[in-house]
Design a protein around this ligand. Sequence first.
Ligand SMILES: [Zn+2]
Length: 517
Amino acid sequence: MAPSSTSTSTSPPSVVVVLILLLSAVPARLASIPVSDGLEQLGGGEGLHREILRDETVLRLKELGKISDGEGFLERTFLSPASFRATDVIISWMKDAGLATWVDQMGNIHGRFEPSNSTEKALLIGSHMDTVIDAGMYDGALGIICAISALKVLRVTGKLQRLTRPVEHSVLVSLQSVSWLREPLSYCSQVIAFSDEEGVRFQTTFLGSAAVAGILPESILQVSDKSGTTVQEALRLNSFEATAAALGQVKYSPESVGSYVEVHLEQGPVLEALRYPLGVVKGIAGQTRLKVIVDGSQGHAGTVPMKLRRDPMVAAAELVVTLEGLCKDPSRFLTYDEECGCFTEESLAGLVCTVGELLTWPSASNVIPGQVNFTVDIRAMDDLVRETIVASFSRIVMQRCDHRLVDCAVEHKHSAAATPCDPELTAQLKRATRSAVSAMAAPGGHAAVAGESTPVLMSGAGHDAMAMARLTRVGMLFVRCRGGVSHSPEEHVAEDDVWAAGLALLRFVDQHAVAEL
Ligand SMILES: [Zn+2]
């Protein structure tokens, strides 16, 4: 099925057009909040906009969560039939928010509000529309729908056109620079629903956002899925051009973009433990993946005496436990140099190490294994910490293996540097979050909010913001999820937390221009 739109509208639909769309294209159960009712009173008063930011957003999350390639579970992968049904629905919501829409040559959906006098760089807000297999309905979708809802509120309240940023000008007068502010210029606000972040189909993540950021190599077109279909063939089957030139056109120029912001559920338990609905993200952790291969002597479980064994399973078990200790209490293993300040408590925070896969050969209950290999995933916000842990663990592997008379090898499979979020965007998101949560804590608003300041978190998971950071500065807002559970149908975000996220994003966009001065 081909995407419903592949061309850019030159101007946002009028209110009349949006109303017609509401009455004709949108299913009755999805009937959007009518624009004609959309001023302050629509939001339940006091600028909280509950009907759009909570009620309609939750309704849309549930609707998108039903668009699946799987029977009885949510699965929506890159260029699948369900992904195009989702594309049509997301486009209808973007149009309802007054955005001009188009689908680019990687299947990303764009919804843009461009004021007539705009010459400023665009503010991009996005997340991904694809899912894992047997997914929850909030991962990715929450960020897209919250963004559409926030821009919809700004439009119906008449603020979207007025998002302006005074421009500073300087001249040199007798070797002295003189600055002044002139007539404000409007700037573009844009939502992007990225076509692929999870990488389920082609085992390669961020296809959508990497294309927009211009970091997707041409060779990606030849990568195959399990059935042997290449990215190029899958794109062509769905009426995309699928050429290197077409991919190049997806890329945004850095000069045209000012910032990228993403709302995402936390996918971890920290905000729930802190009893706070939202958190700002300091950065996305860097990651190293290793494969450790341990070779021993295969033998009979009943006949080889314990003292004569070269058992790779026991060596591997010891290494797994050692890795846990290294990352749980790194100060016991790493030298802390106060002079260089290499490993402050802050830099060590968020260090996590995981052995997620362990294979043994021949894997029989009555055989001492001949070989055991296991994966190691090490993540940290501080790249030096991560690299030091990798080096320390690799050294320990060799020592322990020598001691146990087994042969070991450590293979480096993947390494990615941490992505810090922009401090100014993070500060703006923090202020917007605090403002939103305080407003909701007032009578009639959000009940469960502690009086603490907005938590600052590190993201252990990768996000589209990682790819977008290659194009522009990035900021992220995390939303509390029940039990920290994600990538599961049990994934859940409370309706009031969805509301808080939308309100914080709304206040961020509303104040973004002013705050930049
Ligand atoms: Zn996600």
